[in-house]
Ligand binder design. Structure first.
Ligand SMILES: [Zn+2]
Length: 417
């Protein structure tokens, strides 16, 4: 009997990413006031295995900012001592990463199959793309825009009522593997579209007049890796000669000030820009699709986490985009609409000044291709759970984000160009 139970437990648990390696890891939030503090953070990063959560890497840490990072169990005491000695103010956001990792799931044992209010693994999402297209043939069609480094097909869903010469909005999720709430939103969007078409007047108009291209997971290989090997993986899974380090940051891999600021040329870095722009099969496939459909694509929306921010170009320079005033007022209206449901507060503005300088991002690239409305969402939360947002928050997060997206889509429809 005991053996039987052990087997059952093992088979249920195997559906989740291994959490044991994160036993005792802590996530710190540190106030970086000045250059001296900055040196302390750099020292920590070079002496210990620090995983930066926000910003994305040590090179982006600035004075007068807040830094979130996780520390391995065996280094926690030393890190804390160093912070205290140098009088840096800090708090422990997560006291045991393993517990937090397990707590993101509503229940440890799960029924098989797709759910919009749970995190789905890639196999389940892949089957869902087929199913949602089959069940809604007049609204959803599925195509493949490329294959990943490991050979997985990249599915794109086109959502909208058939009509010639429609303008389109391109949306993608799952650039960074560990930001699980992002793919959950893309799935939710498609569900809401097919569920409310013909019932709700605004969605019906949007789908009659616009097509939405939805790429549910950009970095599929990375996403699979977060389910099977390392929940905290961020990059792609590409390998190259001359280094044993794996992966490129797909959101530093676009030809928009490529690798000039806020990105690393070190293949071992979490913000590695890759050997060349669009070196990754995933970013190349995405960019090719947008280039081939530039005449119809009027807006580009990309979904990340966490921070609760709505960002627009530029991130690779402090220069403001031409229609900065318009983008600012649209972002303002969108975050107000988002907050109306659950009171969730977002900040907004150009990426460089609102979050940090980062070159090679897809939103800047899309904007420079001529797509006037290009936005990056940083979804919930602000760091309490970080990348490990509990499943119990999927519904509320997606509902409020839908409001913002619908408002932005309606605006784009009224301002076609
Ligand atoms: Zn991201």
């Amino acid at each position: 009997m005991l053996v039987f139970l052990a087997l059952v437990t093992a088979s249920l648990a195997s559906a989740h990413p291994p959490s044991e390696p994160f036993e005792g890891h802590e996530v710190f939030r540190v106030q970086v006031e000045d250059e001296n503090h900055l040196d302390v953070i750099r020292e920590l990063a070079s002496n210990y295995q620090i995983d930066f959560w926000k910003p994305d890497s040590v090179i982006q840490v600035q004075a007068r900012s807040i830094v979130d990072f996780s520390v391995k169990a065996e280094d926690c005491v030393a890190v804390e001592d160093l912070l205290k000695q140098n009088k840096l103010q800090y708090e422990v956001l997560i006291s045991n990463l393993r517990n937090e990792m397990e707590a993101q799931f509503d229940t440890w044992s799960r029924a098989a199959g797709h759910s919009y209010t749970k995190y789905n693994d890639w196999e389940t999402i892949e089957a869902w793309t087929q199913q949602v297209a089959n069940e809604n043939p007049d609204l959803v069609s599925r195509s493949v825009i490329g294959t990943t480094f490991e050979g997985r097909p990249m599915y794109l869903l086109k959502v909208g009522k058939a009509k010639p010469n429609k303008p389109a909005i391109f949306m993608d999720c799952g650039f960074h593997a560990r930001e699980w709430i992002s793919p959950a939103f893309c799935q939710w969007f498609v569900r809401e579209a097919v569920r409310t078409y013909g019932q709700e007047i605004h969605m019906t108009e949007l789908l009659d007049e616009l097509d939405f291209y939805v790429l549910p997971v950009v970095n599929i290989d990375g996403y699979v890796y977060t389910w099977t090997k390392d929940r905290m993986w961020r990059k792609t899974r590409s390998t190259q000669a001359g280094t044993s380090c794996v992966g490129t940051d797909p959101n530093r891999n676009f030809a928009a000030g490529w690798c000039e600021v806020g990105a690393s040329t070190n293949p071992c870095s979490d913000t590695y820009c890759g050997p060349a722009p669009e070196s990754e099969k995933e970013t190349k496939a995405l960019a090719d699709f947008i280039r081939n459909n530039l005449s119809s694509i009027k807006a580009y929306l990309t979904f990340h986490s966490y921070s609760q921010m709505l960002l627009y170009p530029y991130s690779y320079t402090y220069n403001l985009p031409k229609n900065n005033v318009e983008l600012n007022s649209l972002a303002k209206a969108a975050v107000k609409e988002l907050a109306s449901l659950h009171g969730t507060k977002y900040t907004y503005g150009p990426g460089a000044s609102t979050i940090y300088l980062a070159a090679g991002g897809s939103d800047d690239w899309a904007y420079d291709q001529g797509i006037k409305y290009a936005f990056t969402f940083e979804l919930r939360d602000r760091g309490r759970h970080g990348f490990l947002l509990p499943e119990s928050q999927i519904r509320a997060t997606c509902e409020e984000t839908m409001l913002a997206v619908k408002l932005m889509a309606a605006y784009v429809l009224e301002h076609l160009y």
